[in-house]
Structures are given as structure tokens and as C-alpha cells.
Design a protein. Structure first.
Length: 256
């Protein structure tokens, strides 16, 4: 995830959702750097450092870690999983044991932006293809890596001959949410289909009429009302997107 301040309300409601179902949860968030000041793989280096901190210094085993990310953060998680099986640097850690699961909200899965929904939903989503193209160029510009390597670690709409297979890099279970009106929904569907073909257990929830990262938009819009409820200790009907995401995590934990 990116700017921590925009996620705090969502994460608080997510934690409540998990704990309301009888589980204890701790949340560790990575506030990674942005391009173009920090081109790829700077974000991946920071993710590796965060992973080492949680597993080596805090002593948390990967099997107790649920990886969750939205939009570009979802892409970073897939890049991280790829890197564990094919490290970019010899000093970086290698895969040791499976994670609990992978949870993606409106993941940005590649930079070609050529899926059918980029045209079909052009006037429906909160994003614009021209903006995505600009951000993708900034992300890659200045990178020390060659284009083929960048693509292998950042394009997940299908398999790539320059990286391990989906069956190797992905967790046993994946839960994905998306908006039916978002630009990326066709790319997300392609990724889900590819993961299923690789033998991964995939849950894909596409919310009709919703845009990119709709849960985060909802959390920002409902923040004041939700925090007012916290002060009154009343029922918590707000932020149902975060509640649903918490349910997905719990279901994965229960499945074992």
C-alpha cells in the first residue's frame, strides 16, 4: 500500500471485521516510495526489507501472514512473490514456506492497458487510461533493469517465460475483488483465469456498478460517520467493503 494516512480507517474496520469473527489480527503496512523519484525496483527493495523485519526481527512465520494490497500495491505483492522464487539480487531472501493467502483489491496487473474494459469502461471509472500510461512510464523510467526483466516482475495478466510459473509463485488461495465499471476488470479477470489454470484456488468478486478501488473510496467517504460511531460505541454499519474484505481473510484462515 502507499500513503498510510489514506488507509488507516479502512484497516481499522478490516481488523474489527476479522476480530468480530473470533480471530486476533495484527496489521503491518508498508508505506513504499513512489516513482519517478524512486523507479522500480525501489518499491520491491522496500518490500523485501519489510518482509525481513516481520519474519526475522518480529519472528512471524510466513504461514501466519496474509498478504493484502490494492491497485499498485497488488502488483507489488505479485512482484514480491516472484522475487522470492527468483531473487533479483543474490543477497535477497528466497522462498521458505507458503503464506496464509493473497488478497487483492483492484490489482494493477500490467502496463499494456489493452484489455477490453479499458475501452468499454472508459467513461465509467474514476481512472483514465492516459493517467495509467503516464504512471507506468514513470514507474519504469530510470530503472536499472532491462525491459524484459521489468515485464517479468510487473506484468501478471498471463505467464511469462522469464519468470517462474503462476503455480510456483502464487499462494494456494487467492481472493480478488474488483469493480464492474473499472478499467482494469478485464485484466483482473484474465489474471484470475490464468491462476485457476495453474491450479490456484481463486475467489473473484466483481461488484456491479463499482469503480477502481471502490472499498478505499468508500472508506474515505464514510470516515467521519464511522469515527462518530466509534465514539458512541454503537453498531458499525459503515465501510461494508472493509468488512467483506475481512470476511475473505477469515474464510482463508478457516480453510487452512
Amino acid at each position: 500500500m502507499g500513503d498510510m494516512s489514506t488507509y488507516l480507517t479502512f484497516l481499522l474496520r478490516l481488523a474489527e471485521s476479522v476480530e468480530d469473527r473470533g480471530f486476533t489480527v495484527s496489521i503491518f503496512m508498508l508505506e513504499y516510495s513512489y516513482a519517478p523519484e524512486h523507479p522500480f525496483p525501489a518499491q520491491l527493495e522496500q518490500m523485501i526489507a519489510a518482509y525481513r523485519y516481520v519474519t526475522e526481527e518480529e519472528g512471524v512465520s510466513p504461514g501466519k501472514i496474509a498478504l493484502a494490497g490494492d491497485s499498485a500495491g497488488g502488483n507489488l505483492l505479485l512482484s514480491f512473490l516472484t522475487c522470492l522464487h527468483s531473487p533479483l539480487l543474490p543477497s535477497w531472501p528466497k522462498f521458505s514456506e507458503p503464506f496464509l493467502g493473497l488478497f487483492l483489491m483492484s490489482p494493477w496487473l500490467g502496463f499494456s492497458h489493452s484489455g477490453s474494459s479499458f475501452e468499454a469502461n472508459a467513461d465509467l471509472d474514476c481512472l483514465r487510461k492516459s493517467s495509467l500510461d503516464t504512471w507506468a512510464s514513470c514507474f519504469r523510467a530510470g530503472s536499472s533493469l532491462d525491459p524484459a526483466t521489468i515485464r517479468a516482475y510487473t506484468d501478471f495478466e498471463g505467464e511469462d517465460e522469464n519468470r517462474p510459473s503462476m503455480a510456483t509463485i502464487l499462494t494456494k488461495r487467492i481472493a480478488i475483488t474488483a469493480g464492474g465499471d473499472e478499467l482494469m476488470v478485464s485484466s483482473i479477470t484474465s489474471f484470475a483465469d490464468c491462476a485457476k489454470k495453474a491450479g490456484i484456488e481463486v475467489s473473484l468478486d466483481i461488484a456491479p456498478g463499482m469503480v477502481h478501488d471502490w472499498q478505499m473510496i468508500q472508506s474515505r467517504n464514510d470516515e467521519a460517520g464511522y469515527l462518530q460511531i466509534l465514539r458512541s460505541d454503537s453498531a458499525k454499519p459503515h465501510l461494508d467493503g472493509a468488512v467483506e474484505f475481512g470476511r475473505l481473510i477469515v474464510e482463508c484462515m478457516q480453510a487452512g
